[in-house]
Design a protein around this ligand. Structure first.
Ligand SMILES: Nc1ncnc2c1ncn2[C@@H]1O[C@H](COP(=O)(O)OP(=O)(O)OP(=O)(O)O)[C@@H](O)[C@H]1O
Length: 284
C-alpha cells in the first residue's frame, strides 16, 4: 500500500492565506476531499501535482519528496482538471492517442488501452467522433478516460461528476472501485452522494484547514449521539442556520437533546459534511 503524505502544506496568494498548514494522508484506495466551495480542494490538488507552487510544507510518496522525484513522480500521476481542455477537432481516438504518447506509453499497448478506457466510460461507439460533437457529459467521460489511461498509481479527480447524469455517476463509482486496489485515488467534491458508498478515507476541509481525516466509520464514532432528526412541530424552536436537510428529514447536530421531540439518529456521510462546517470542534 502506498501513502502520499501532505505535511503542513500552505499556500498564499499575496496576503490571502488559502491553505493553512494542511496535514493529511492519501492511501491506496479512494480518498475523498470533501468541503464547500472555496474550502481549498482544488488548491491542495494543484499543489500535490505541482500545477502550482506551494508556499510551504512537504509532499512525500512513501517517504520520498515528490518534487525531488521529479519525472518519476509525474509518470505515476494523472490529474483530471475541473475544466478539462480539449482539442475540439480531434476525435476521441486521436485525443487519447495523443495523451498516451504524452504519457510515454509503449506503442504496441496504445490501441488496446484506448479501447479499454473508452469501454469503461461507455464511449466505445464514439471512438471516431469529433470531440466538438460531444455533449458535456460525454466530454466529462472522455476526460475520465484520459485520466485513467495507462492505469497511473496516483489518480486525482477534481469534481469529476460535474455534468454526469445519475447513471453515469454510478458508472464512475464502479470504475473507481475497480481502480482502487492499485491506485491512490483522490476525488474532490462537495456532493456527498458522489463518494458516500465508495470512499475509504475522508478529508473534510473548511476554509483552508483539515477538520477531519479518517475512515468514515471512525468519523461516525465521533459524532454518534450528536445527530438528531427534528420533527416538523419542533423546527421553529431552533435557529434556521442550525438545521440541514437530508432526504425528507430535517436534522441538527447537538451534544444534548435540542428540542423536546428530537429523535437521535444514526450518523450518515451527510452529517459528517455538515459537522465539518460547524464552528466548535466536533471531531476533536
Ligand atoms: N489564483 C488565485 N488567486 C487568489 N485567490 C485564489 C486563487 N485561486 C484560488 N484562490 C482562492 O483560494 C480559495 C480556495 O479555492 P479553491 O479553488 O482551492 O477551493 P475549492 O474548495 O476547490 O472550491 P470549489 O469547490 O468552488 O472548486 C478561495 O477562496 C479562492 O478564492
Amino acid at each position: 500500500m502506498s501513502v502520499l503524505r501532505v505535511e503542513n502544506l500552505s499556500k498564499r496568494y499575496g496576503k490571502k492565506q488559502v491553505l493553512k498548514g494542511i496535514t493529511c494522508e492519501f492511501h491506496t484506495g479512494i480518498n475523498a476531499l470533501l468541503g464547500p466551495n472555496g474550502a481549498g480542494k482544488t488548491t491542495i490538488m494543484n499543489c500535490i501535482s505541482g500545477v502550482i507552487k506551494k508556499s510551504g510544507g512537504s509532499v512525500t510518496l512513501d517517504g520520498q519528496d515528490v518534487f525531488e522525484m521529479g519525472e518519476k513522480y509525474r509518470e505515476k500521476l494523472s490529474f483530471q482538471f475541473q475544466y478539462q481542455p480539449f482539442y475540439p477537432s480531434y476525435t476521441a481516438h486521436e485525443f487519447l492517442r495523443f495523451s498516451a504518447l504524452l504519457k510515454g506509453m509503449p506503442e504496441p499497448l496504445i490501441e488496446d488501452e484506448i479501447r479499454r478506457v473508452l469501454g469503461l466510460v461507455n464511449l466505445s461507439e464514439n471512438l471516431d467522433d469529433k470531440i466538438k460533437s460531444f455533449s458535456g457529459g460525454m466530454k466529462q467521460r472522455l476526460a475520465i478516460a484520459q485520466t485513467i489511461l495507462n492505469s497511473p498509481e496516483i489518480l486525482i479527480f477534481d469534481e469529476p461528476s460535474a455534468g454526469l447524469d445519475p447513471f453515469e455517476r454510478e458508472q464512475f463509482k464502479r470504475i473507481m472501485v475497480k481502480l482502487k486496489e492499485t491506485s491512490i485515488i483522490i476525488i474532490s467534491t462537495h456532493i456527498v452522494s458522489d463518494i458516500d458508498t465508495i470512499t475509504d478515507d475522508l478529508i473534510i476541509l473548511n476554509k483552508g484547514s483539515v477538520i477531519a481525516n479518517d475512515s468514515p466509520d471512525v468519523l461516525f464514532e465521533h459524532i454518534r449521539g450528536m445527530v438528531w432528526d427534528i420533527p416538523k412541530a419542533d423546527i421553529g424552536l431552533l435557529p434556521i442556520e442550525n438545521i440541514y436537510y437530508e432526504d425528507t428529514k430535517s436534522k441538527t447536530i447537538s451534544k444534548t437533546k435540542p428540542t423536546p421531540n428530537a429523535v437521535m439518529s444514526e450518523p450518515t456521510m451527510n452529517d459528517l459534511y455538515f459537522c465539518g462546517q460547524l464552528d466548535g470542534g466536533v471531531f476533536e
